[in-house]
Write a protein that binds this ligand. Sequence first.
Ligand code: UTP
Ligand code: MN
Length: 531
Amino acid sequence: MAAAGGKLPSSGSRSSKDPAVMFIVGSKIQKVRLIHMKKSANKKGFLVDETLSEKVTHIISELETQDQVVKSLKKSHPSSDVEKICGQCHVVTLEYFTSCMEEGIFVEVCDHHRLKTGKRVAPIMQSKTEENPYENAKYCCQRITPLHSVNKKFSDALELLEKHADFLGGDNNLGRALAFRKASAALRAYPKQIKSMGDVEDLYDLKGGKHCKRIIQELLEDGFSTEVENIQGDEWFEVMQAFTGIFGCGPATARKWYDLGHRTLDDIRRSEYSNLSIEQRKGLEHFTDLNTPVTRREAEKIHSIVKTEAERILPGVTVIMTGGFIRGKDSGHDVDFLISHPEEGREEELLAQLLQNLRAHLIYTDVQRNTYGEAPISVKRQSVMDHFERCFSIFKLPKDEDVVTTSGIDEERIHADEEEPSSPCKKLKTSGRSSGSTHGTSENESKSWIARRVDFVMTPASQHAFALMGWTGSRMFCRSIRDYANKEMNMILTSHGLFDKVNNCSLEAKTEREIFQHLNLTYREPHERNC
Ligand code: UTP
Ligand code: MN
């Protein structure tokens, strides 16, 4: 494979004909990740050197400053003239590496890619003023991201690309998906309508993103993006949307089914039924219901049912509806409850009894015990799943007249012309759904209830504030604040606690505000965390 091309640094004595060569500093990068990065770069034709030499043009590092890079390289390469080599090449961040992988070439090194000499970079580039209320902050947890953005057209387009990359899977695409999401989050937080490329030029998370900028430019100039339209009209994408709309089916399973030749839910019912998990069978069975957004009114009804039962069993219990609804969304794909008691440990026996009392409402439950006693917080760094006792369930919510009209769950609806183009149900229009099918098609028009996804999460008082922050989301906000804690504060934040790596101790918090204070961050209300 030909080497990926790229501009050489202007400083130094090399000829511009020399190929660009990267060297990745191992410090602070997990071994498996490092191996993977090297593999992906090699696969894309980049030259990656294992040893530091004068041939190297780009030094990539997760460390915070050039000084730290020099220090680390001096240890690993005691016989090289580290200072000289670093002085004549680009010493850049992992963000730079991601941009290169996304574009397939050594992209131009911008100022924000470069690791600074000396102490850490100030995270806020431009403070808000009265004329410009936007803080072009590095991390989206520092910005205000409202639910409704004036730049929805742009962020929707980028989020479609995010979903597409997510469906494609593999580390490289997941990295691309994150880059699209970060760019979308930056636009969602930008309070003025984007009118020209100049508006987005300096936004964090867009600076190196040529791909994102191309989409924004197309939208600005033509009103639409060909790439976005192609994805929307793509059969594979449409089928992937439908399959991942099945509860318990992620992109990897959906891809597998597609590759086996399946195109409709009926194909899955016919050919894969015996291989399906119970979760997936339930997902297929209640596909229409579970793909009809849960309205706030329905969520509140479920909240009231759960709260009443929980209080009956354990007076003083708190049942908080978190997730998208606490951030102000009017609908969501599920309802998330955080259940706790002011007295540490009192919640322990509650879940089993609660599920027992709610059994008339529960069509499906998957209970997982807590595992937070098994490893200290510092070890559970950035883990995707938390360790609380929980139950993922499907809840049978009785319909009332108003609920039926607002949720629009009629079987007819999936054949209606006004169906959203991006809805996973649209696929069913052409799939000859359910008639003649033998498995799991019990959804029918006459039933007096609607199936809703409900998550119950049990949190001890001491971890409650951290769990609340984790489950309030958004996913991107949590990712960002954890990243900020780690990189800017040298702390580990999870849904269980906050660990100070410098002082080697855990920091307590009773409220989310206290967590923001520990992190030296301005408090953001849940409705400001819609990134
Ligand atoms: P959701 O996936 O429910 O997202 O997770 P949401 O924002 O409420 O979106 P809709 O409205 O349902 O579609 C809510 C939050 O809970 C966290 C996620 O990271 C997100 O921030 N979460 C979810 C966990 O911490 N652990 C999990 O196992 C699942
Ligand atoms: Mn949710």
